[in-house]
Write a protein that binds this ligand. Structure first.
Ligand SMILES: [Zn+2]
Length: 292
């Protein structure tokens, strides 16, 4: 166990480690911040067992209490490990807190959550181990914040700020200015649904660009540097310009899809793929055509 835990740990700055993601088990990356007064954990894992492994990972590095857990958004794979961090204060955006509370009265109610898990998760991801979710009891964030929040513990400042709109409406980012680390979680993963917006993704990338960051930590891939972030931004900007130019000439959605095939230069940049490209072109067309 201990060796497996260690193998997934990656130190990305003086005080920050990442407990790496595992796509087979739908386990997102978790950020671990070591301060003079204990640990701050960013996201808690997708199950009680994952949460316990994250806790163990911290203790392998340094035996200190976990003081805070930050939930970047309410998707189950980022919050179902909360119960493993007894004694820690769980922090999230107010909206995440509200959504969580609503889920607890519905799908995540104690008598319903196992059924929800079976129907909505385990049946769709057969590689998940049902044992990891035994004794699951979703623990909601105790502390919700509106807008931005600065958290300082043991002389390590963290800035928490909204990154909503491209993935979910309650997403936040966690920025450690002294470490030059930005924990993005899923915020830039375009999620097709009523909450997702192509133009939001464009704005989020422009908004994040001036931050001084050496390491970005996305939710479901390895941490990456500035070059990947800039490539992703260039891709999204090019797509927006391309769609706008075609709209000015009265192109239909079909014309736009034909005229803007996936540029192979961007293959493998973060989450980009030909399939996602198609969805992004369609979203860009629909949203930008409102302005033309
Ligand atoms: Zn998510």
């Amino acid at each position: 166990m201990a060796r497996a835990v260690k193998a997934r740990l990656q130190q990305i700055s003086e005080r920050v480690w990442v407990y790496g993601h595992d796509p087979a088990r739908l386990e997102p990356a978790v950020g671990l911040v070591l301060t003079g007064e204990g640990w701050i954990v960013v996201d808690s894992g997708n199950s009680p067992t994952h949460g316990l492994r994250v806790f163990e990972a911290c203790q392998t590095i340094k035996e200190r209490p976990v003081r805070y857990v930050i939930n970047t958004h309410r998707h189950f794979d980022h919050v179902f490990g909360n119960q493993a961090f007894r004694g820690a204060t769980i922090i999230a955006s107010r909206r995440c807190q509200e959504r969580f509370a609503r889920n607890l009265k519905d799908d995540w109610a104690p008598e319903r959550v196992q059924r929800w898990l079976r129907e909505a998760v385990l049946s769709k991801v057969p590689t998940l181990d049902p044992d990891d979710f035994e004794r699951l009891r979703p623990v909601p964030p105790a502390l919700g914040f509106e807008g931005e929040m600065t958290l300082e513990l043991g002389e390590v400042p963290l800035k928490l700020f909204p990154l909503a709109g491209a993935h979910s409406d309650d997403s936040i980012g966690v920025y450690l200015p002294r470490e030059r680390v930005l924990i993005l979680s899923d915020a830039l993963y375009f999620h097709e649904g009523p909450e997702a917006r192509f133009l939001k993704l464009l704005r989020l990338l422009d908004y994040l660009a001036p931050l001084e960051v050496d390491v970005y930590v996305p939710g479901h891939e390895a941490p990456h540097g500035r070059a990947t972030f800039e490539a992703l931004r260039a891709y999204v900007r090019e797509l927006a310009h391309g769609v706008k130019a075609l709209l000015r000439r009265g192109a239909s959605e079909r014309d736009v899809l034909d005229a803007l095939p996936f540029d192979k230069r961007y293959e493998g940049v973060s989450f980009l793929s030909p399939r996602l490209h198609r969805r992004l072109v369609q979203a860009a067309y629909r949203e930008l055509s409102l302005w033309h």
